[in-house]
Design a protein around this ligand. Sequence first.
Ligand SMILES: [Zn+2]
Length: 254
Amino acid sequence: MRLTVIGSGDAANALGRGHSCYWLEEVGRRAVMVDFGATALAGLQRFGRSPLELAGIVFTHLHGDHIGGFPFLYIDAMFTCLRSEPLRVLGPVGVEARLRELLRVTYGSLAERATPFAWELTELRPGEEVEFCGLKVRGFAADHQEPPEQPLCLRVREPSGTTVAFSGDTAPCDGLLQAAADVDLLVAECTGMKPPFGRHHTWEDWQRLLPTLSAKRVLFSHLGREVRARVAELLAEANDPRVQFADDGLQLIV
Ligand SMILES: [Zn+2]
């Protein structure tokens, strides 16, 4: 599987990076993205990816820096790239209502207009695994929002057996450790340097957790300003060959 980092920044686009989102592709299968924040469409164009190559999107949770680009993808599909293939969407409980609301807020009555493509929405609850665009996707409970929101950590498995986990946004929690167990790659948020930092992971958390992780590789992303500014120093501090820090446009073969 080839993973392209379309965005690697936090909600505030620290140091000019796009909102964190990822493009997953393998030979013979159409691409799937994990998350689609407000800057995602610009990122696809910047890195030479067409939304028409996209079979579906998996959302980790329903915050704006993870779903905010959906209206632009929708408008692009209707009026620019003229999509006819279905677009599949998988996300936490409430994903359909939230995306429809987002479309209404941003484009008013256009949100009600019939589209020349079908969009198919499926909810994923913690503990469930579904088949999605040729992948198996399992959800785990993240610790990032209050109920009724059910934010997710994800574990994605392709037919060859390669597994990639995505933390989404979360404070340290069992769900993330379960999602990340023995995976080929963990894409993990590292938003701040040390707690308290909302319900997010910090570098201090990862210093404690890294030695306990069984993931074969770890890619830190969703980097806040201070973390981004100190990447070289933190890499030396981690002294762990499994570790990399994400930047926009980075590609990994997993
Ligand atoms: Zn969030």
